[in-house]
Design a protein. Structure first.
Length: 468
């Protein structure tokens, strides 16, 4: 028979009965010193003593000799690797010592860690609407999204500043890059240099304020290089305006303030490259043909989509759009909204929505009519957008973009004109994500809803394992 060490189990058994080592030794007919050796795994358990323990304490001997230490060790190693624990992790010897000498403490720690992970998961499922006020105050993305949506994703002061600057430097679309370089150089003493991707330390643009140099990675295509120069121009010439807008936002955290200024400078860059009135006219005349719009203004498909969400000038409004960008894992990497559509904030958007299918047909626009659980209907289009390919490993890092509007605006969108909007079968039933969606009998369900129980009948197998 192999040696059997039961120190932690023996200690727990004794403590559950409020016994000292001497009292347990008397019950088992051994010395207190021997019990101490057993509890510290310095002696193995004999068959005779194992039977004596089972008889005296009315326990199953198999429970005593079950080796749970290896499982506990694996769970403990996984838990302490969580980024929430800073500093060097305990080594294996320390972990084994904790399991041997304080198994109940280890189990309670793992229970607490499990509660932490479950709570965090539920918070992420709920999105902004279900999170207690202030709980995500440190999330720059959530704060900035609320700030932009509070302005209907339109900033008149930035629009006017962009129009004024553009009027002061009139040029054709294909000359904007040269014009931006010249303005930065002549007015601010800033020079622009293109550099090899390997020299940029994973950055696409670096503005060296001290040496007055803007370094652009050659990994970017032309339209993205132009956009980055317009972004820098906004930072240089409109810093007071950016400070004023962020001051009005009520944002106080340093990280959120910096992030907000980045997004406002991006807004300026889009407004500068795609002036409001010409852009709106082009959009309406082309029935919101995004490829044609992008070509007209020399921008990317994604930049044109993003700009479409900002057409909310009083008296000159375009179609109010929402914009969502996701990666291949379903994580939301960018979102802007001027509609009633509730965008998934933390990922896991509905798989019925074709924003995910776009990865299967790169570069192809996929139209779709969707209906939310509350009955609201929207028209959406989805298409992939490529990321800069710096090397072989990054050549397929594409993202998927969704652009959508309320159904009542669909008649203005060229992508929707060939569909019969009176056919109820045209609408795909979607939700925000599975955690929040109350739909039953959905073949794509991946999670139990957080706020309701789906019916389960042992005599019936439904579309998924979550309901009958």
């Amino acid at each position: 028979m192999a040696k059997t060490f039961v120190g932690p189990q023996l200690r727990q058994l004794r403590r559950e009965r409020n016994q000292t080592q001497a009292e347990m030794a008397k019950v088992l007919g051994v010395s207190a010193g021997y019990i101490n050796l057993l509890e510290n795994n310095q002696r193995s358990l004999s068959i005779r003593l194992l039977m004596a323990l089972a008889d005296a304490y009315q326990v199953d001997w198999r429970h005593l000799v079950r080796d749970e230490a290896s499982n506990l060790l694996a769970q403990l190693r996984t838990a302490i690797r969580d980024p929430m624990f800073p500093g060097p992790a305990p080594d294996l010897q320390e972990l084994r010592a904790a399991i041997d000498h304080a198994p109940r403490l280890v189990e309670q720690f793992l229970d607490l860690y499990g509660i932490h992970r479950t709570t965090l998961d539920r918070i992420m499922r709920q999105g902004a609407a279900g999170i207690p006020e202030g709980l995500l105050a440190s999330s720059a993305e959530a704060v900035i999204h609320d700030f932009f949506r509070g302005h209907s994703n339109y900033f008149h002061a930035l629009e006017i500043a962009a129009e004024t600057l553009r009027a002061s430097e009139p040029c054709e679309t294909d000359d904007i890059y040269a014009m931006l370089k010249a303005r930065l150089s002549n007015k601010h003493g800033i020079i622009v240099r293109r550099r090899a991707a390997e020299e940029m330390t994973q950055a696409l643009r670096v503005y060296d304020r001290q040496d007055r140099i803007v370094h652009l990675s050659e990994a970017m295509d032309h339209c993205n290089q132009v956009f980055q120069l317009a972004h820098v121009l906004g930072l240089v010439e409109l810093q007071d305006l950016l400070d004023s807008l962020t001051a009005e936002s009520g944002i106080t955290q340093k990280t959120s303030l910096a992030r907000c200024q980045v997004e406002l400078a991006n807004y300026f860059a889009a407004a500068f490259l795609m002036p409001y009135e010409p852009f709106l006219q082009t959009a309406e005349k082309s029935a919101y043909d995004i490829d044609r719009i992008a070509i007209r203004f020399g921008v990317s498909f994604e930049q044109a989509c993003h700009r479409l969400t900002t057409l909310q000038r009083p008296g000159a409004q375009g179609v109010p759009f929402f914009f969502l960008r996701v990666d291949k894992a379903g994580n939301v990497t960018k979102r802007f909204n001027s509609t009633s559509f509730h965008l998934a904030e933390y990922g896991g958007a509905c798989p019925v929505w074709k924003v995910h299918m776009a990865f299967r047909t790169p570069g192809v626009i996929i139209p779709q009519f969707v209906e939310l659980p509350d009955g609201d209907r929207f028209f959406t289009i989805s298409r992939t957008a490529d990321r800069p390919a710096i090397n072989l490993e990054t050549q397929d890092h594409s993202l998927s973009i969704a652009l959508g509007c309320e159904l009542r605006y669909a008649k203005k969108i060229g992508y929707a004109v060939s569909y019969n909007l009176d056919d109820p079968r045209m609408f795909s039933p979607i939700g925000i994500n599975c955690h929040l969606c109350p739909r039953q009998a959905c073949s794509q369900r991946a999670h139990q809803p957080a706020f309701m129980e789906l019916p389960i009948d042992t005599a019936r197998r439904g579309n998924t394992r979550y309901e009958s």
